[in-house]
Design a protein around this ligand. Sequence first.
Ligand SMILES: [Fe+2]
Length: 326
Amino acid sequence: MPVPKANLYPDFNIVRLSHVELGVTNLAASRKFYADVLGLQVTDETATHIYLRAMEERGHHCMVLSKQDRPTVGALSFKVYSEVDLDAAQKWFETRGRPCAFGERPYQARTLHTSDLHGVPLEFYFQIDRLKPIHQRYELYRGVKPLRIDHFNCFSEDVDAAVAFYNDMGFRVTEYTEDEATGRLWAAWLHRKGGVHDIAFTNGSGPRLHHTAFWVPTPLNIIDLLDLMATTGYLANIERGPGRHGISNAFFLYVRDPDGHRIEIYCSDYQTVDPDLEPIKWGLKDPQRQTLWGMPAPKSWFEEGSLFEGVAPRPPALKSQPIIAP
Ligand SMILES: [Fe+2]
């Protein structure tokens, strides 16, 4: 059994994933993609940054676009319960030899900057500016009608080690893929907020960000987005789907932004709040693991990902490969 026992009483309490900072090369092109096509709401913008939120979010942002010379990922951000948890998080990361510093972020109270065992830049905060609800302002809904950020998915050079690290932090594994030949983890999905995952790790050259996912109301919103993208110059940005994953049972679509950052549009996974929920195991060679139905994933989906700023990826320890479409 490669999945560690859940840590139900972690040293500090994470509420959920919060937001991602993406480095983009053309702010205007990215604004058009994220605001006009996908339908995220702009909450602030400057000459160098654009802040966005989804329709049911009351925190100031779930995505920050930052003008850069090349596409990168700044940090993955998580919200903790209170300032006490923030200080406990600092202690937890320092104990594991990770660099820690407190810094300022616009619209956020005191923020801890650190990184995980493989160098993924992480941020933790306890308070972010609250905005008025807009989930019933139906005149604002556009694009795929994104309701909330749902999860991050990262390539990892050692999924067993990543799962051990995040499990100790209090993330709980809901589903996993095991390489039967070695008994090692090939991928795992871990949550804090009670869905299938806040973060997932997949074997591959890492660390790199595979995708950021947004929850939408129904599969029909995904079909509407496909019609919109196909007729507004974004046909080539549709990478995989629509389809249904075996893992998570979610209806999905993967698209690429103007810089190649991958976004998943996601709906209808399931509740995982029971502390004794048993993780579901999948075999690496089971094709319905990735795709319950729909076209198999293309090669780009397995190989391409976004680099974290200043972090060079390393080849994975595990060489096994799943089934890849020609
Ligand atoms: Fe995903």
